[in-house]
Design a protein around this ligand. Structure first.
Ligand SMILES: [Zn+2]
Length: 309
């Protein structure tokens, strides 16, 4: 079985404005990198628009209405200082969440062994009722809820190695004992959450903060000593990855020192864990990553390992 790759050019139509790091060129750089013949065997698919009902599994209607009503016919509208919508944001946001749901369908049905979603805007900062941190809807949480509602599974884990803490996913998962969220992230850093003491209502949250300038040894230690054992103990039926690549040493928004090799290594470890616990089922989706070359290369390293998992 193969690796499915979900994307849509409409995801490049979300434009948070001049000078914004979460820019359309991020997706274009990734898609250029995936033109390489090393990726010829990817099962390439269009990310469909999510049904509103799929998003309503994790966000109240008031949040969905607020976000979609803010999308302007011209120019830009800020939902907060960092989170800005443009005319293309509606379709991009719906395809980002819909792409993850479609990837869940592909993997849960057995049509694909695993899947990666090259979509934006990202999602892990979007809380139950608040868009923030460049995120409108929490794509990975929408996907996890979709897996449970449609595919008859109960236990879904999200591992988030974006350099920022996924406060939104933590918020949505907090009281859900059958959902597990584990994050490695730089701390202190935006959004300020993700302390080790934040554990969820039933120990279903694990935060592993890393100090600024931590690199490969600290990250790999956190993975082998904390993240992987916790995931294994939880025993997910589906493993989802919030794949942000802004912990790369060249990223302009943070100060961790990871390289492409670290992302490849983590992917192998997670794929091995998925093979042991959930039939290899992994759905990975793009979060951050703001140096275009580091982003494209890290994404490529991640997906290459999914393809041989
Ligand atoms: Zn990030």
């Amino acid at each position: 079985m193969n690796t499915a790759f979900f994307t849509h050019m409409a995801c490049a139509g979300h434009d948070p404005g001049p000078g914004h790091p979460e820019r359309p060129d991020r997706l274009k750089a990734i898609l250029r990198r995936f033109e390489d013949e090393a990726f010829a065997l990817l099962d390439r698919r269009e990310a469909p628009e999510a049904e509103i009902d799929q998003i309503l599994r994790v966000h109240p209607r008031s949040h969905v209405d607020t976000v979609l009503a803010a999308v302007p016919d011209h120019g830009y509208v800020g939902l907060d200082a960092d989170t800005v919508v443009s005319p293309g944001s509606r379709e991009a946001a719906l395809r980002a969440a819909g792409g993850v749901c479609a990837a869940v369908d592909a993997v849960m049905s057995g049509a694909a062994r695993n899947a990666f979603c090259a979509v934006r805007p990202p999602g892990h900062h979007a809380e139950t009722a608040r868009a923030m941190g460049f995120c409108l809807f929490n794509n990975v949480a929408v996907g996890a809820a979709h897996a449970r509602a449609v595919h008859g599974i109960r236990r879904v884990a999200v591992i988030d190695f974006d350099v920022h803490h996924g406060n939104g996913t933590q918020d949505i998962f907090w009281k859900e004992s059958d959902l597990f969220y584990v994050s490695t992230h730089q701390s202190p850093l935006y959004p300020g959450t993700g302390m080790a003491g934040e554990t969820g209502s039933s120990n279903n949250i694990l935060n592993v903060p890393l100090a600024a300038h931590a690199g490969s040894p600290e990250f790999r230690h956190a993975m082998t000593e904390a993240v992987l054992p916790a995931l294994s103990a939880f025993g997910p039926e589906l493993l989802m990855i919030s794949a942000g690549f802004d912990a790369h040493r060249n990223d302009p928004l943070a100060a961790l020192q990871l390289t492409e090799a670290d992302f490849a290594w983590a992917t192998v470890k997670l794929a091995n864990l998925a093979a042991e616990t959930c039939g290899g089922r992994i759905v990975s989706t793009l979060e951050g990553g703001y140096d275009l070359k580091a982003l494209a290369e890290s994404c490529a390293a991640h997906v290459k390992e999914l393809m041989v998992a």
